[in-house]
Design a protein around this ligand. Sequence first.
Ligand code: NAD
Length: 491
Amino acid sequence: MSETRHRPDWTPLRLPAADHSFFLAGGPELATTDPTTGETVAVLATSTPADVEELVGRARHAFRTARWRNDGAIRARVLFRYAEALRADVDRLATLLTREQGKTIGEARNEVLSSAEMVEFYAGMARTLYGRSIALGDHAHGVVLREPIGVVGIITPWNWPLVLLVRALAPALAAGNACVVKPASLTPAVTVEALAPLAADPDLPDGILGCAVGSGGVTGDALVGHPDVHMIAFTGETGTGVGVMKRAADDLRKVSLELGGKSPNIVFADARMDKAVEGALNAVFTTTGQICTAGSRLLVEESVREEFVGRLAERTRALRLGDPLDPSTQIGPVVSRGQQREVNDYIELGRKEGDILAAASLPDDLPEGAFVAPTLVGGLARDSRLVQEEIFGPVLTVQGFADEDEAVALAEDTEFGLAAGIWTTDLDRAWRVGRAVSAGTVWINTYHHFYGEAEVGGFKKSGLGRQQGVEGIAEFTETKHLNFDSSPTLW
Ligand code: NAD
């Protein structure tokens, strides 16, 4: 099979296009690279600190003067139309996403469609930001309102660049804020292209949406350091998030942080084995392991360990790596050559410190891209870097446990707390272990199912605050109490 079979010739996009007035960029050019082929996907001008200043100024002005903040019906209409626009453009956006990020075309389509659903969920909520009214004695009355915060800076990573964008952007806009987005430098073109139909909506006031492209250290820092950005919604690595929080602390500005993970996936002997094997595979190898909630630590009960790992190893060896634009490909490349080197270094360390239990084979006709063989590693010490650090690649560590107490102890032996999986047919145990594990999402007999309706976020070093669900919109509001008094005297 030729590596170009699913790849019509590609002309690199040049952005910003003339009609992209929401994207200001007067700085040097940045090129994005297809991790499968090394081709240039897009060439974008970057945004200077002066561009960020201008975007924040426009956002602040729009927030203060436009009807937007007080009219949920307009916000709902704009967001419903945006969801439809994403759906209508799924083929083009998914192809661009696969080219720029490397994920399989099926996953890319799913990401665009899930983004549309997320936008729709918050479009519905735009008209439901109800407050409360309280009788406070004979003459006093309180009205508690939820108000938008102001200008929100949204900083996103490259692994799920559209879903992670809209799960902050949609609630922030639905709540009436103005937003300036800074996408990851590896995936800016798909982000700008996905924002374009929203920016073009005739009912979205000028300035309510802005986009600045560039490095975290320059463009991102200019956004985080701007005193008129009232809140930063950051998704990325824990170390970067800590830096963002310290920077925002100077002016005591609000942050929400969605950070890294090292999630345990716990398989008990009484689990439905077929489902658990597929679940373990999906938990760790989705997006070639580059997903914050990856179930990257498999904990399996000793009595079924050999059988379970044997079956998982067989499935891992059989995974089809290849061109992610080929619909039959199961595993695409990682996002970049740099990421490939980092993940391969972890695999080398695993070979030295433990045992490689299985690795997928790389087919002869694999494109010359940033591919990494999905790998299972056992025999590691609890404090091994492979067991403790977020690898962000297709590497699964395997540990055994004797009983429920040891399973929980191993699950908790991490500085992260983003997600966990539990596979068991014993409902009482699922409840006990689910309550004992420190994680923002605990999946029981499933993994990686996300819903706009349900909150996500991190315990411990996996983050602060929650996105999605009703808490996800509350994050982007301030609570105000208006207190009325009708008595003729003050006291
Ligand atoms: P990253 O921290 O390197 O970058 C994230 C974003 O921050 C990028 O847009 C980057 O340009 C920007 N940035 C970097 N330095 C900055 C600075 N000093 N000031 C302002 N912005 C700055 O993360 P990444 O490599 O893009 O993404 C992978 C990481 O994201 C992993 O750790 C993963 O677990 C995490 N992640 C978390 C979630 C979640 O929901 N918890 C979701 C996806 C990814």
